[in-house]
Ligand binder design. Structure first.
Ligand code: GDP
Length: 473
């Protein structure tokens, strides 16, 4: 374990895949290891069937550039607990969806779509950053825009900062909704001031470029402006899709429905998803038996950014896989089988590359950053550790140490997901790691280090950085 030892490796020394990944991670890289051709007789062409499909969709964005069209933005609402996320989502849904549209008892399908000024917006209706970061960590960024809710009577709080850090790490643009302006003790100006001092977000009317909209999720005041701003930002960001052909869709949740069996709630990214399509999601495949929209209606097809419940699976699809529609049931089955076999084969690899090769790749990079999620037992110790970590910047040149998030308390899944999303690691000071977080860290390949003594923490970190910069010859 290089980090703990802070050892300097010889540049010609062979290191294993795990070590290579660790080093790459510290430099903000992900290393992908090519399958050795000999090992893989089945796909002698070198490309699996799934990879071909993935490539098809990537290619669309290049070769069919002129045929791309704008699609509705997909929005996630985040913010501190009790600042009004749920109330806002409920209010938007109620006021923007006409009563007669709603067919009977509507159950949530994880997201809903509203119309404003003739344009559609999709809202993920689970507020919070867990799902957001889980989606991002698994490689599919479903969210186009984050609405960061900040209560005007409470201001910027720890989870506001955490939520913002998640959005920032995922490179998703943020609109701030200052909520509860109907309350007598609401202070919009003070809240804006805190956006500046605590988040470094400067509101537009203060000369910055952060869109800030004062709202009341309770009375509905300001919500039209918020929707308008979402559409404006979507236009600026040119959120596009390829609207024709077979669909790909991102799963936002999957569950077993008592009447319908295993279902996936998904948002279509490109193409059109139809009833009767053959789809595959990782090791699971099926023929689409039914599609149900956010108003509980059975529909024949779903278009980009449309949330939809997909019925027909025999097994529960995992949220980490993208759904692809393919031309036949046989092909869907073959791809699922291919993924299954790959999963079974996925044992720790013994393939190695030299550190020299790795350093060379990293040298070509402009940015050398070590992203850290920092957790400590108290606010006082957190400040102390954070200052010490940041002061490393000057002593270890060339590498920028970034504290992506700093918080008090046990290291949890959210911390690990954030570290994974930013290709970083988690450092804990006098805190424990919860068991779920440990499992996720294992599967995401995220390094967690905990320390009891601040000197050890800093010394280890410093030696690791220096060791990697100046390999001994
Ligand atoms: P969440 O934890 O962020 O989802 O917050 P909730 O939506 O559950 O809201 C927390 C509390 O704040 C509830 O009692 C809401 O009724 C109240 N609340 C939310 N928005 C507003 C608002 O705009 N004005 C007022 N006065 N209360 C609000």
């Amino acid at each position: 374990d290089m980090f703990v030892k802070g050892i300097a490796l010889n540049p010609n020394q062979r290191i294993d895949e795990k070590q290579a990944k660790e080093i790459a991670r510290m430099y903000g890289y992900r290393v992908r290891f090519e399958q050795e051709q000999l090992e893989d007789k089945e796909t002698s062409v070198g490309e699996s069937k799934l990879e071909k499909i993935e490539k098809y969709f990537e290619q669309l964005y290049i070769t069919k550039k002129n045929e791309l069209v704008t699609r509705p933005p997909v929005v996630t609402v985040m913010g501190h607990v009790d600042h009004g996320k749920t109330t806002l989502l409920d209010k938007i849904r109620k006021t923007r969806i006409a009563e007669q549209e709603v067919g009977g008892i509507t159950q949530s399908i994880g997201a809903y779509q509203v119309e404003y000024a003739g344009k559609k917006i999709t809202f993920i209706d689970t507020p919070g950053h867990e799902l957001f970061t889980e989606m991002r960590a698994k490689g599919v960024q479903v969210t186009d825009i984050v609405v960061l809710v900040v209560a005007a009577d409470d201001g910027v709080m720890p989870q506001t900062i955490e939520a913002y850090n998640h959005a920032k790490a995922a490179n998703v643009p943020v609109i701030v909704a200052i909520n509860k302006i109907d309350k007598p003790n609401a202070n919009v100006e003070a809240t804006k001031q805190q956006l500046v001092t605590k988040l470094n977000l400067i509101p537009e009317d203060w000369g910055g470029d952060t869109i800030v909209v004062p709202i009341s999720a309770r009375t509905g005041q300001g919500i039209d402006q918020l929707l308008e701003m979402i559409l404006l930002l979507a236009e600026i960001k040119e959120i596009k899709c390829y609207p024709k052909g077979p669909a790909r869709a991102a799963i936002i949740e999957s569950k077993v429905d008592r009447a319908l069996g295993p279902v996936a709630n998904a948002i279509v990214k490109d193409g059109i998803l139809n009833v009767g399509d053959y789809i595959v999601a990782g090791p699971v495949y099926c023929k689409v038996r039914a599609l149900i929209d956010d108003k509980g209606r059975r529909i024949k097809s779903a278009e980009p950014s449309q949330p939809v419940m997909i019925v027909g699976f025999e097994e529960l699809p995992d949220i980490r896989y993208t759904i692809y529609a393919v031309e036949s049931l046989e092909l869907a089955q073959e791809i699922a089988q291919e993924v299954k076999e790959k999963l079974e084969k996925e044992k720790p690899s013994k393939r190695k590359i030299s550190l020299e090769e790795l350093l060379k790749i990293m040298e070509e990079s402009e940015k050398k950053e070590l992203n850290i999620v920092l957790k400590a037992d108290t606010v006082g110790s957190l400040n102390a550790v954070q200052n010490a970590v940041l002061s490393l910047k000057s002593s270890v040149q060339e590498i920028k140490v970034n504290v992506v998030h700093a918080g008090v308390g046990t290291i949890n899944t959210g911390d690990v997901m954030l570290a994974s999303a930013s290709d970083g690691m988690v450092i804990g000071f006098r805190v424990k790691v919860d068991s779920q977080a440990r499992k996720v860290a294992e599967s995401e390949g995220v390094e967690i280090r905990t320390y009891e003594i601040i000197y050890d923490l800093i010394d280890n970190l410093k030696r690791a950085l220096e060791g990697m910069l100046q390999p001994e010859y």
